[in-house]
Write a protein that binds this ligand. Sequence first.
Ligand SMILES: NC(=O)c1ccc[n+]([C@@H]2O[C@H](COP(=O)([O-])OP(=O)(O)OC[C@H]3O[C@@H](n4cnc5c(N)ncnc54)[C@H](OP(=O)(O)O)[C@@H]3O)[C@@H](O)[C@H]2O)c1
Length: 233
Amino acid sequence: MHTIMVSGGTSTLGRAICERFVKAGERVYCGYASNKKTADELADSYGSSLIPIHLDIQNPESIASVIQELEELDILVNNSGVFSVFTPTELVEFEWQRIFDINVTGLFRLTQQCIPLLTESKGCIVNIASINALHPGFGGTSHYDASKGAVVAYTKSLAKELGPSIRVNAVAPGLLQAPYLDDANPLKQHYEERSLLHSLVDPGDVAKVVQLLVDCKAMTGELVGVDCGYLMG
Ligand SMILES: NC(=O)c1ccc[n+]([C@@H]2O[C@H](COP(=O)([O-])OP(=O)(O)OC[C@H]3O[C@@H](n4cnc5c(N)ncnc54)[C@H](OP(=O)(O)O)[C@@H]3O)[C@@H](O)[C@H]2O)c1
Protein backbone atom coordinates (compact mmCIF):
# COMPACT_ATOMS: atom_id res chain seq x y z
CA MET A 1 0.00 0.00 0.00
CA HIS A 2 1.29 3.46 -0.94
CA THR A 3 0.65 6.70 0.91
CA ILE A 4 -0.64 9.52 -1.28
CA MET A 5 -1.43 13.11 -0.51
CA VAL A 6 -3.74 15.11 -2.80
CA SER A 7 -3.95 18.86 -2.26
CA GLY A 8 -7.40 20.29 -2.94
CA GLY A 9 -8.70 16.74 -2.60
CA THR A 10 -12.35 17.77 -2.44
CA SER A 11 -12.33 19.75 -5.71
CA THR A 12 -13.92 18.44 -8.90
CA LEU A 13 -10.66 16.83 -10.01
CA GLY A 14 -9.12 16.22 -6.57
CA ARG A 15 -12.06 14.11 -5.54
CA ALA A 16 -11.78 11.93 -8.68
CA ILE A 17 -8.06 11.43 -7.98
CA CYS A 18 -8.68 10.53 -4.32
CA GLU A 19 -11.43 8.07 -5.28
CA ARG A 20 -9.28 6.39 -7.94
CA PHE A 21 -6.38 5.78 -5.56
CA VAL A 22 -8.59 4.64 -2.66
CA LYS A 23 -10.26 2.14 -4.99
CA ALA A 24 -6.78 0.93 -6.02
CA GLY A 25 -6.13 0.06 -2.38
CA GLU A 26 -3.89 3.00 -1.46
CA ARG A 27 -3.94 5.17 1.68
CA VAL A 28 -5.02 8.68 0.61
CA TYR A 29 -4.63 11.91 2.55
CA CYS A 30 -7.32 14.18 1.14
CA GLY A 31 -6.20 17.79 1.70
CA TYR A 32 -8.80 20.50 2.17
CA ALA A 33 -8.33 24.21 2.80
CA SER A 34 -11.92 25.25 3.58
CA ASN A 35 -14.14 22.37 2.45
CA LYS A 36 -13.99 20.11 5.53
CA LYS A 37 -17.61 19.01 5.01
CA THR A 38 -16.89 17.27 1.68
CA ALA A 39 -13.65 15.79 3.02
CA ASP A 40 -15.56 14.28 5.96
CA GLU A 41 -18.27 12.96 3.63
CA LEU A 42 -15.60 11.28 1.48
CA ALA A 43 -14.08 9.73 4.61
CA ASP A 44 -17.53 8.44 5.60
CA SER A 45 -17.88 6.81 2.16
CA TYR A 46 -14.41 5.29 1.94
CA GLY A 47 -13.53 4.47 5.55
CA SER A 48 -10.04 4.54 7.00
CA SER A 49 -8.26 4.52 3.58
CA LEU A 50 -9.25 8.15 3.00
CA ILE A 51 -7.94 10.51 5.65
CA PRO A 52 -9.12 14.15 5.54
CA ILE A 53 -6.34 16.56 6.42
CA HIS A 54 -6.41 20.33 6.76
CA LEU A 55 -3.87 21.67 4.26
CA ASP A 56 -3.67 25.36 3.38
CA ILE A 57 -0.84 25.76 0.89
CA GLN A 58 -0.80 29.52 1.45
CA ASN A 59 0.21 28.91 5.05
CA PRO A 60 3.68 27.38 5.71
CA GLU A 61 2.63 26.43 9.28
CA SER A 62 -0.34 24.46 7.98
CA ILE A 63 1.98 22.58 5.62
CA ALA A 64 4.54 21.94 8.37
CA SER A 65 1.90 20.45 10.68
CA VAL A 66 0.70 18.15 7.86
CA ILE A 67 4.26 16.96 7.23
CA GLN A 68 4.68 16.25 10.96
CA GLU A 69 1.55 14.12 10.91
CA LEU A 70 2.66 12.02 7.94
CA GLU A 71 5.01 9.19 8.81
CA GLU A 72 5.66 8.39 5.17
CA LEU A 73 4.76 9.66 1.72
CA ASP A 74 5.10 7.92 -1.64
CA ILE A 75 3.10 10.18 -3.94
CA LEU A 76 2.29 13.88 -3.88
CA VAL A 77 -0.44 15.16 -6.19
CA ASN A 78 -0.33 18.96 -6.38
CA ASN A 79 -3.92 19.52 -7.45
CA SER A 80 -4.96 22.71 -5.59
CA GLY A 81 -5.51 25.54 -8.00
CA VAL A 82 -7.75 28.56 -8.44
CA PHE A 83 -9.10 30.35 -11.49
CA SER A 84 -10.61 33.74 -12.25
CA VAL A 85 -11.43 35.84 -15.30
CA PHE A 86 -10.17 39.40 -15.72
CA THR A 87 -8.97 41.20 -18.82
CA PRO A 88 -5.31 42.25 -18.65
CA THR A 89 -6.37 45.85 -18.02
CA GLU A 90 -8.98 45.00 -15.36
CA LEU A 91 -6.66 42.62 -13.52
CA VAL A 92 -5.42 44.15 -10.28
CA GLU A 93 -2.09 43.14 -8.77
CA PHE A 94 -3.80 41.62 -5.72
CA GLU A 95 -5.59 39.08 -7.94
CA TRP A 96 -2.40 38.26 -9.87
CA GLN A 97 -0.66 37.67 -6.50
CA ARG A 98 -3.54 35.53 -5.17
CA ILE A 99 -3.55 33.26 -8.22
CA PHE A 100 0.24 32.89 -8.14
CA ASP A 101 0.33 32.41 -4.37
CA ILE A 102 -1.92 29.35 -4.64
CA ASN A 103 -1.17 27.93 -8.11
CA VAL A 104 2.61 28.42 -8.09
CA THR A 105 4.07 29.47 -4.74
CA GLY A 106 1.73 27.22 -2.75
CA LEU A 107 2.65 24.28 -4.97
CA PHE A 108 6.34 25.09 -4.39
CA ARG A 109 5.84 25.42 -0.59
CA LEU A 110 4.16 22.03 -0.31
CA THR A 111 6.56 20.30 -2.69
CA GLN A 112 9.65 21.58 -0.91
CA GLN A 113 8.44 20.33 2.46
CA CYS A 114 7.56 16.91 1.01
CA ILE A 115 10.96 16.33 -0.63
CA PRO A 116 12.61 14.61 2.38
CA LEU A 117 9.77 12.06 2.74
CA LEU A 118 9.63 11.49 -1.04
CA THR A 119 13.40 11.01 -1.21
CA GLU A 120 13.16 8.38 1.51
CA SER A 121 10.42 6.51 -0.36
CA LYS A 122 11.87 7.11 -3.85
CA GLY A 123 8.47 8.52 -4.60
CA CYS A 124 6.92 10.75 -7.21
CA ILE A 125 5.10 14.01 -7.75
CA VAL A 126 2.27 14.73 -10.17
CA ASN A 127 1.44 18.40 -10.75
CA ILE A 128 -1.90 19.44 -12.18
CA ALA A 129 -1.23 22.08 -14.83
CA SER A 130 -3.78 23.00 -17.50
CA ILE A 131 -4.36 23.11 -21.21
CA ASN A 132 -4.09 26.90 -20.66
CA ALA A 133 -0.31 26.50 -20.28
CA LEU A 134 -0.13 25.13 -23.84
CA HIS A 135 -2.96 27.12 -25.40
CA PRO A 136 -3.10 30.43 -23.54
CA GLY A 137 -5.55 33.18 -24.36
CA PHE A 138 -9.07 31.85 -23.80
CA GLY A 139 -9.93 35.44 -22.83
CA GLY A 140 -9.47 37.02 -19.41
CA THR A 141 -7.12 34.26 -18.30
CA SER A 142 -3.64 35.76 -18.78
CA HIS A 143 -2.82 35.49 -15.05
CA TYR A 144 -4.08 31.89 -14.79
CA ASP A 145 -2.32 30.92 -18.05
CA ALA A 146 0.97 32.38 -16.76
CA SER A 147 0.60 30.51 -13.45
CA LYS A 148 0.06 27.19 -15.20
CA GLY A 149 2.98 27.87 -17.56
CA ALA A 150 5.09 28.27 -14.43
CA VAL A 151 3.83 24.93 -13.11
CA VAL A 152 4.98 23.22 -16.32
CA ALA A 153 8.46 24.80 -16.22
CA TYR A 154 8.79 24.01 -12.50
CA THR A 155 7.79 20.39 -13.15
CA LYS A 156 10.48 19.90 -15.80
CA SER A 157 13.14 21.67 -13.78
CA LEU A 158 12.33 19.65 -10.65
CA ALA A 159 12.46 16.39 -12.62
CA LYS A 160 16.07 17.22 -13.53
CA GLU A 161 17.06 18.36 -10.05
CA LEU A 162 15.37 15.56 -8.10
CA GLY A 163 16.12 12.59 -10.37
CA PRO A 164 16.87 9.77 -9.96
CA SER A 165 15.35 9.77 -6.45
CA ILE A 166 12.01 11.41 -7.25
CA ARG A 167 10.08 11.39 -10.53
CA VAL A 168 8.12 14.54 -11.37
CA ASN A 169 5.44 14.80 -14.07
CA ALA A 170 2.47 16.99 -14.89
CA VAL A 171 -0.96 16.63 -16.45
CA ALA A 172 -2.61 19.32 -18.59
CA PRO A 173 -6.37 18.77 -18.41
CA GLY A 174 -8.79 20.49 -20.74
CA LEU A 175 -12.12 21.88 -19.57
CA LEU A 176 -13.53 19.52 -16.96
CA GLN A 177 -17.14 18.38 -16.79
CA ALA A 178 -18.73 20.07 -13.78
CA PRO A 179 -22.34 20.64 -12.67
CA TYR A 180 -22.06 24.43 -13.11
CA LEU A 181 -21.29 24.07 -16.84
CA ASP A 182 -24.77 23.64 -18.32
CA ASP A 183 -25.55 23.28 -22.03
CA ALA A 184 -26.15 27.03 -22.44
CA ASN A 185 -22.62 27.86 -21.25
CA PRO A 186 -20.73 29.44 -24.22
CA LEU A 187 -17.37 28.06 -23.10
CA LYS A 188 -18.81 24.55 -22.92
CA GLN A 189 -20.34 25.00 -26.37
CA HIS A 190 -17.05 26.26 -27.81
CA TYR A 191 -15.08 23.42 -26.21
CA GLU A 192 -17.46 20.74 -27.46
CA GLU A 193 -17.42 22.20 -30.96
CA ARG A 194 -13.63 22.41 -31.27
CA SER A 195 -12.49 19.26 -29.47
CA LEU A 196 -12.08 16.20 -31.70
CA LEU A 197 -14.21 14.13 -29.31
CA HIS A 198 -16.85 16.91 -29.02
CA SER A 199 -16.75 16.58 -25.27
CA LEU A 200 -15.59 18.14 -22.04
CA VAL A 201 -13.11 16.09 -20.03
CA ASP A 202 -14.34 13.58 -17.46
CA PRO A 203 -12.33 14.17 -14.23
CA GLY A 204 -12.16 10.38 -13.83
CA ASP A 205 -10.17 10.19 -17.07
CA VAL A 206 -7.66 12.73 -15.75
CA ALA A 207 -7.36 10.64 -12.57
CA LYS A 208 -6.52 7.60 -14.74
CA VAL A 209 -3.62 9.53 -16.29
CA VAL A 210 -2.40 10.64 -12.86
CA GLN A 211 -2.37 6.98 -11.85
CA LEU A 212 -0.48 6.06 -15.05
CA LEU A 213 2.19 8.66 -14.26
CA VAL A 214 2.53 7.20 -10.78
CA ASP A 215 2.71 3.61 -12.03
CA CYS A 216 5.00 4.10 -15.02
CA LYS A 217 8.52 4.14 -13.61
CA ALA A 218 9.96 5.20 -17.01
CA MET A 219 8.33 8.64 -17.04
CA THR A 220 9.72 11.82 -15.57
CA GLY A 221 9.72 15.44 -16.72
CA GLU A 222 6.67 14.78 -18.88
CA LEU A 223 3.56 16.87 -19.47
CA VAL A 224 0.60 14.77 -20.58
CA GLY A 225 -2.45 16.44 -22.09
CA VAL A 226 -5.94 15.10 -21.38
CA ASP A 227 -8.19 17.36 -23.42
CA CYS A 228 -10.52 15.27 -25.66
CA GLY A 229 -8.47 16.47 -28.63
CA TYR A 230 -9.09 20.19 -28.06
CA LEU A 231 -5.55 21.22 -29.05
CA MET A 232 -5.81 19.17 -32.25
CA GLY A 233 -9.18 20.67 -33.15
N1 LIG B 1 -11.86 22.84 -13.82
C1 LIG B 1 -11.22 22.77 -14.98
O1 LIG B 1 -11.82 22.81 -16.07
C2 LIG B 1 -9.72 22.62 -15.00
C3 LIG B 1 -9.07 22.50 -16.22
C4 LIG B 1 -7.69 22.36 -16.26
C5 LIG B 1 -6.97 22.33 -15.07
N2 LIG B 1 -7.63 22.45 -13.90
C6 LIG B 1 -6.82 22.40 -12.67
O2 LIG B 1 -7.18 21.25 -11.94
C7 LIG B 1 -7.04 21.51 -10.55
C8 LIG B 1 -8.35 21.24 -9.85
O3 LIG B 1 -9.33 22.07 -10.47
P1 LIG B 1 -10.87 21.98 -10.03
O4 LIG B 1 -11.66 22.73 -11.04
O5 LIG B 1 -11.20 20.57 -9.72
O6 LIG B 1 -10.81 22.85 -8.67
P2 LIG B 1 -12.02 23.59 -7.95
O7 LIG B 1 -13.21 22.68 -7.94
O8 LIG B 1 -12.15 24.95 -8.51
O9 LIG B 1 -11.44 23.72 -6.46
C9 LIG B 1 -10.30 24.46 -6.14
C10 LIG B 1 -9.49 23.63 -5.15
O10 LIG B 1 -8.34 24.36 -4.73
C11 LIG B 1 -8.27 24.28 -3.31
N3 LIG B 1 -7.62 25.44 -2.71
C12 LIG B 1 -7.95 26.75 -2.86
N4 LIG B 1 -7.15 27.50 -2.07
C13 LIG B 1 -6.33 26.65 -1.42
C14 LIG B 1 -5.29 26.82 -0.45
N5 LIG B 1 -4.95 28.03 0.02
N6 LIG B 1 -4.66 25.71 0.03
C15 LIG B 1 -5.00 24.48 -0.45
N7 LIG B 1 -5.96 24.26 -1.34
C16 LIG B 1 -6.62 25.34 -1.82
C17 LIG B 1 -9.73 24.24 -2.84
O11 LIG B 1 -9.80 23.71 -1.52
P3 LIG B 1 -11.07 24.03 -0.53
O12 LIG B 1 -12.30 23.89 -1.38
O13 LIG B 1 -10.95 23.03 0.56
O14 LIG B 1 -10.89 25.45 -0.05
C18 LIG B 1 -10.32 23.30 -3.89
O15 LIG B 1 -10.10 21.96 -3.53
C19 LIG B 1 -6.57 22.97 -10.42
O16 LIG B 1 -5.17 23.00 -10.31
C20 LIG B 1 -7.03 23.57 -11.74
O17 LIG B 1 -6.27 24.71 -12.09
C21 LIG B 1 -8.97 22.59 -13.81
